[in-house]
Design a binder for this molecule. Structure first.
Ligand SMILES: [Zn+2]
Length: 92
């Protein structure tokens, strides 16, 4: 009998500290699904010093095909910040 494993919460900002061995395609949340890397377009409002800006960015995400858990990597965070800055710079 094996006890249930506690749920692990994946944190994007902690990727470097997480062991990254074994099957990289296995879902950390449900442990059964396959994680598929997919680029998704996200649209969002972001508050800046010039007010709210509307941004769009294509973000590479890791999505589980079983439980639907999504997470993105630090590089995606950078893409979002870049999109925000681009829109921010357009404002007078
Ligand atoms: Zn899953």
């Amino acid at each position: 009998m094996s006890p249930l494993k506690p749920l692990k919460i994946a944190r994007c900002d902690n990727v470097a500290a997480m062991p990254n061995e074994g099957d990289p395609g296995a879902c950390e949340f449900c442990g059964h699904g396959r994680v598929i890397r997919r680029t998704e377009e996200v649209a969002f409002y972001q508050w800046t010093g010039k007010g709210y800006v509307f941004c769009r960015a294509a973000i590479p995400m890791n999505i589980c095909n079983r439980c639907g858990a999504k997470n993105w990597e630090p590089e995606a965070e950078k893409l979002i910040q870049k999109a925000v800055r681009r829109e921010h710079d357009k404002l007078p």
